[in-house]
Design a protein around this ligand. Structure first.
Ligand SMILES: [Zn+2]
Length: 163
């Protein structure tokens, strides 16, 4: 066993897809397994259209409507979450239902997962201290909108240009 670094969270168990479906009470049909596989394989929170395209490689006859309905059933079962895009509509899907934050790139429309236990602790402490009127928070997810920085990183002594 290599122990070069200790992961903050235990690595997710690679549970077989039919078992994931069964765990939330969904029968593991071939279509459902393929759609779930698409969700897990496609990078960066795919749309139903992208999942549909992925599944048609195996099942050319599957309709976009079926993919939509199946994704809705995944969401209802708690297997998948809807994720708002930078524009706000919830057309993207996230197969990772554990608590995490999202970075929205307005240029590329990518939704990048962001995890930071220190940030989580800050948020929890803030609301534990301050509370929310008539509301009991259960989980937190930050949506941070911005632009992915490509190429050379900005230097600390060089403020970003306003352009
Ligand atoms: Zn995510």
């Amino acid at each position: 066993m290599h122990a070069s670094h200790t992961p903050v969270f235990p690595a997710p168990t690679p549970e077989p897809l039919p078992q994931r479906l069964a765990r939330v009470g969904l029968r593991a049909t071939r279509q459902r397994v393929l759609i779930l596989d698409g969700l897990l394989t496609l990078p960066g929170h795919p749309t139903a259209e992208q999942v549909h395209q992925h599944v048609t490689r195996q099942v050319p006859s599957i309709s976009l409507g079926t993919v939509y309905k199946t994704l809705d059933s995944f969401v209802a079962a708690g297997l998948t979450r809807r994720v708002a895009s930078a524009e706000g509509s919830s057309r993207r899907f996230d197969a990772d239902c554990t608590e995490h934050h999202h970075l929205f790139c307005t240029n590329t429309q990518e939704i990048i997962d962001y995890c930071d236990p220190q940030l989580d602790a800050l948020i929890r402490d803030f609301f534990a201290t301050k509370g929310l009127p008539d509301f009991q928070p259960r989980s937190f997810s930050l949506h941070i909108t911005g632009d992915k920085v490509t190429g050379p990183q900005l230097r600390a002594d060089e403020p970003p240009s306003a352009g």
